[in-house]
Design a binder for this molecule. Structure first.
Ligand SMILES: NC(=O)c1ccc[n+]([C@@H]2O[C@H](COP(=O)([O-])OP(=O)(O)OC[C@H]3O[C@@H](n4cnc5c(N)ncnc54)[C@H](OP(=O)(O)O)[C@@H]3O)[C@@H](O)[C@H]2O)c1
Length: 268
C-alpha cells in the first residue's frame, strides 16, 4: 500500500513521522509532497521518507493519499490533483471543515475518509475521529484506521456531524486544557511560587489526574468527591467553580467550537 502525504506542515509531518515509525509501512511505501522548497530541503536532510517536489512523480502511484494542507488551499490543490487521480485511490482528509462531498466533487473521486485529528498527535497521544464515504470498503477503512492510529488513538464516527462535534471536544480541546493550565499557573505565580515550581505543580497535577482517570472506570465526578471532603479546601474550590457556573461555561465553549466547525463547512 503506497501512501502519500500532501502538505508537510504541523499535521502532515506528524502523520508522516507516525507512519514512518510504525511497522505499518516500509520506507519505500511512504511518500511526502510539499510545495515549499525549504520544507523539501529540510525533509530530505531528515531522510525519514521519500520526498517529492512534483505531484506527477508521486500522486499517480499512491494507493492512499493523506491531504494535510490548510482548508483554504484545498481548491487550488484539488485542481492540480484532479488530472492525476483515479477512482481506486483512497483520499484521507485531515482538513477541518472540508466536507466529503466537496472532496469528491473537487477531485472527481468516490473513496474519501474525512478525519479530525488533534495536536497531541505530535507526541503520539492524539485522538482522531473519522468517517467515510459509502464507497470505502471495510478492509480499506481498517487500513486507514491502522495508519491514523500511528499518532495515538482513533474513533470511528457514523457521519460528518460527529466530525464537527469532535472538533468541539478533541480537535479544539487541547486549547481548553491549556486555558485551565494557564489559569492555574497564574494563580500559582500570584501565590509566590517561582516559574519553575509553578510549572511542576501544574503539569504534574494534570498528568497525575489523567493517569488516575485512565486507570479505572471512575467518573470525574466520583474522583472530585474522593478529593473533596466536606468543609475542606477542595470543596471550597469546587463550590467556587459551581457558584460561577464554570461547568456550563465550558460546555458552552465546546458548543461554540462545534457551531463554528459547522459554519466553516458551510462557507466552503
Ligand atoms: N494543527 C492542528 O492542530 C490541526 C488540528 C486539526 C486539524 N488540522 C488540519 O490539518 C491541516 C493542516 O494544518 P497544519 O497546521 O498542519 O498546516 P500547515 O502547518 O500550514 O501545513 C500545511 C503545509 O502544506 C503546504 N501546502 C500548502 N498548499 C500546498 C499544495 N498545494 N501542495 C502541497 N503542499 C501545500 C504548506 O506550505 P506553505 O506553508 O508554503 O503554504 C505547509 O507546508 C489543516 O487543514 C487543518 O485544518 C490541524
Amino acid at each position: 500500500m503506497k501512501t502519500l502525504v500532501i502538505g508537510a506542515g504541523n499535521m502532515g509531518l506528524t502523520y508522516a513521522e507516525g507512519m514512518a515509525k510504525s511497522a505499518m509501512l516500509n520506507r519505500r511505501n511512504l511518500m511526502v509532497f510539499d510545495k515549499s522548497a525549504d520544507v523539501i530541503a529540510r525533509l530530505r536532510e531528515l531522510d525519514h521518507f521519500d520526498v517529492y517536489e512534483k505531484l506527477e512523480d508521486c500522486l499517480p502511484q499512491a494507493d492512499m493519499v493523506f491531504v494535510a494542507v490548510k482548508p483554504y488551499h484545498c481548491d487550488t490543490l484539488f485542481e492540480e490533483m484532479k488530472p492525476m487521480v483515479n477512482e481506486e485511490q483512497i483520499f484521507v482528509s485531515l482538513m477541518a471543515g472540508v466536507t466529503i462531498a466537496k472532496i469528491q466533487a473537487g477531485l472527481g473521486v468516490k473513496k474519501v475518509v474525512r478525519s479530525m485529528p488533534n495536536l497531541p498527535a505530535q507526541v503520539g497521544k492524539g485522538v482522531t475521529s473519522y468517517t467515510e464515504s459509502k464507497e470505502v470498503s471495510r478492509v480499506e477503512l481498517l487500513m486507514v484506521r491502522n495508519l491514523l492510529d500511528t499518532t495515538g488513538e482513533s474513533i470511528h464516527v457514523k457521519n460528518e456531524n460527529f466530525i464537527d462535534a469532535s472538533t468541539g471536544i478533541s480537535g479544539s480541546g487541547p486549547a481548553y486544557v491549556f486555558y485551565f493550565m494557564q489559569s492555574m499557573l497564574e494563580a500559582a505565580l500570584k501565590m509566590g511560587f517561582s516559574k519553575h515550581d509553578s510549572k511542576v505543580l501544574v503539569s504534574q497535577t494534570f498528568e497525575g489526574a489523567v493517569e488516575l482517570f485512565n486507570r479505572n472506570d471512575l467518573s470525574p465526578d466520583t474522583w472530585m468527591e474522593r478529593v473533596a471532603s466536606k468543609g475542606g479546601t477542595t470543596r471550597a474550590a469546587l463550590d467556587s467553580m459551581d457558584d460561577n457556573n464554570v461547568k456550563e461555561l465550558i460546555k458552552e465553549a465546546a458548543y461554540a467550537a462545534f457551531d463554528r466547525a459547522v459554519e466553516l463547512g458551510e462557507d466552503k
